[in-house]
Write a protein that binds this ligand. Structure first.
Ligand code: SF4
Length: 349
């Protein structure tokens, strides 16, 4: 059996592994799962298992269906990995470190993205396929091996997470599975979506109970539909209803992310519309200065980064209306891993 025919073990929940290994006693399955969760990279190193069991695992499963092909590090301690999938295609994932040395893993859920946001490098690639749960979980372990302890996970890499909700849900279930040892807390996981209404209702009803962030960009409907063409199918009025419903069910504060594009969505009407959109919702507004990506244009004009004064005035307009804002720095920029920059040429098939 070659590696392509083996089952990627990191996509499995404990009870699924138990079923596959039946009639193996539960304590053996627990031992195997514990090794997997510690990020072990060889079945042979599972030294408390009998040799014939290690051989059997080696024949049937793979610990990594993907491999790191390139690694980019920057002075601000950001790390971006280029990861080759089993079909030869590439994705990117990264770790960003903040001033308190907290490390956030930014994971991809799709190869490319169908949403085609004009300011996003991934969006300019088009869409190729969804990632499997194993391919999502493996990114976490690849990053963990290179950056030790990861404090937070955000699904904000390549792709729209809520268009791959089944595999994402399985990946989160694996990462947070309570095996009493290495599980990751749901409170430290955020799904960032450009506002897929159907997916938000699904999350409200069925979980997982993680944090939710919406890439709002602007609450001016006409401009939003131009900047995020696929958002036209998810109009703001319906999106707001979905967020009310979500908040009623899950009771959690929602983050609104506004990627600020120089001279485009930082106008007084963008401030006013965002204030209106936020009314009645419990939100925190994350202001993210856009990072230049060569070649991206809007209506024939090159996009540019916002000036500091523009960001300051935008934040002040929201804060004067009583909204809470966070101004995010452009960590990851040096490795091409800042917001909107994922999807190097290497990702293309
Ligand atoms: S910003 Fe997000 S949703 Fe929009 S194209 Fe990029 S990856 Fe897709």
């Amino acid at each position: 059996m070659n590696n392509n025919n083996k089952i990627p073990i990191l996509g499995l929940l404990p009870h699924e592994l138990k079923t596959m290994l039946s009639p193996l006693p539960s304590f053996r399955v627990d031992q195997i799962y514990h090794w997997i969760r510690r990020g072990i990279s060889s079945f042979n190193a599972m030294n408390n298992l009998p040799e014939n069991l290690r051989d059997d695992l080696e024949k049937r499963f793979t610990l990594r269906s993907s491999e790191i092909t390139r690694c980019f590090e920057s002075k601000d301690a950001s790390l971006k990995l280029q990861i080759k999938l089993s079909d030869g295609l590439f994705i990117e994932s990264l770790v960003l470190q903040d001033q308190f040395e907290r490390k956030t893993a930014c994971l991809s859920t799709q190869l490319g993205c169908p949403m085609a946001c004009v300011f996003c490098k991934t969006g300019s690639m088009g869409f190729f396929r969804n990632l499997s749960a194993a391919e999502i979980v493996e990114q976490f372990f690849h990053l963990k091996e290179n950056r030790a302890e990861i404090s937070n996970i955000v699904f904000m890499g390549m792709g729209e997470p809520l268009l791959n909700l089944g595999e994402l849900r399985q990946a989160i279930a694996v990462l947070t599975a309570d095996d009493g040892k290495e599980s990751f807390s749901k409170r430290r996981i955020t799904i960032s979506t450009c506002g897929i209404i159907k997916g938000i209702y699904d999350l409200a009803e069925n979980g997982p109970a993680v944090r939710l962030a919406i890439s709002i960009t602007t609450a001016d409907e006409a401009l939003r539909q131009k900047l995020m063409p696929a958002a036209a199918e998810n109009p703001l009025a319906e999106l707001k209803k979905a967020l009310h419903y979500y908040q009623g069910k899950q009771g959690k504060r929602i983050t609104l992310e506004a990627v600020l594009l120089g001279g485009l969505n930082t106008r007084p009407e963008d401030i006013r519309s965002l204030i209106d959109f936020s009314k009645g919702l419990d939100v925190l507004i994350n202001l993210i200065p856009w990072n230049a990506v060569e070649g991206l244009q809007f209506q024939g004009h090159t996009l540019y980064e916002p000036k500091s004064l523009e960001i300051r005035d935008f934040a002040a307009g929201l804060e004067n209306a009583g909204l809470k804002t966070v101004r995010r720095s452009s960590r990851g920029r040096a490795v091409g891993g800042a917001c909107g920059q994922l999807g190097g040429e290497s990702s293309l098939p």
